[in-house]
Design a protein around this ligand. Sequence first.
Ligand code: C5P
Length: 250
Amino acid sequence: RPFQVAIDGPAASGKSTTAKMVAQRLGFDYIDTGAFYRCVTLAALSKGINPSDPSNTGKIASIAGEAQISLETVFPERTTSSASASPPTTRVYLDSIDVSSEIRTAQVSKHVSATAAIGAVREAVLHKVRSIGANDDFAEGAATARDGLVMDGRDIGTVVLPNADLKIFLVANSQVRAERRLQELIKNGADPASGVLQVEDVRKDLEQRDELDRTRKVSPLKKAPDAVELDTSGLTIEGQVDIIVSTVKG
Ligand code: C5P
C-alpha cells in the first residue's frame, strides 16, 4: 500500500504547513482532516445553529452527514531542496463552494472543537476521509497517482491511520504557537492595529481549543504510543520538514 505519514499535534503546532511540504518533497498526497470539522462548523453557523450549544448535537450530526466536502491541493513545481520550494496550497470545498478562507475565521475556530467532540460528527468525518482514499482498503488496490499519503489532524495516528508507517506528534510551546498563528492571521488580512488581535488572546484561544481537544470523550488529541514527538519551538518549518523527510527516506 502507499506509504502513510500521520501528523498530529495541538493547534498551530505547524502541522498543516509541515504536512503539505513533506507531501510536496516526497510526491505524496495530502489530506487536512481539520478542514472537515471546520466545514461542518461553518455549515452549522451559517444556518444559525451554534455548535457549542449541547442541545444542537443532533442537528450538527445531520449537517455532518449531509455536507459534501472536498479538498484540492495544488503542489508547485517539485524540487529536491526545501529552500526554494514555495508551499503547496489547499482549497476546501463545501457543497461545491470554495470556503478555504471562511473556515479559518475566528468564529469557526471558536466553535470547531465543540463540533469535533460530537461522536456522530467524528464518524461522519472518518467516513468521508476514508472514502477519499485514506484507509487501508483504499491502499489495497485503488488508484492513487502518488506513492504515499500525508494526513494531519488530532487522531490520525491513534484512530484514522493506526497502521501508518510513520507517526509524528508535533509540539511547540504555546507562546511560540500563538506568535506563529498571529503572523498567519496578519498574512491572511487581519489588521494588527485593530487592537483585537493580541498575541495573548490568540494564545488563550489556542489553549482553550487544545484543552477541549485533549479532554473530549471520543478520539481525544493524544500522542500514539508509536509516534515520534518533534518539538518545533526552536525549529524552522524547513528544519522540521527536513527531519520528517529524512526519517521517511531512512
Ligand atoms: O487542524 P485544525 O486546527 O484546522 O483543526 C480544527 C479542529 O478540528 C481542532 O481543534 C479539533 O477540534 C478538530 N480536529 C479533530 N480531529 C482531527 C482534526 C481536527 O478533532 N483529526
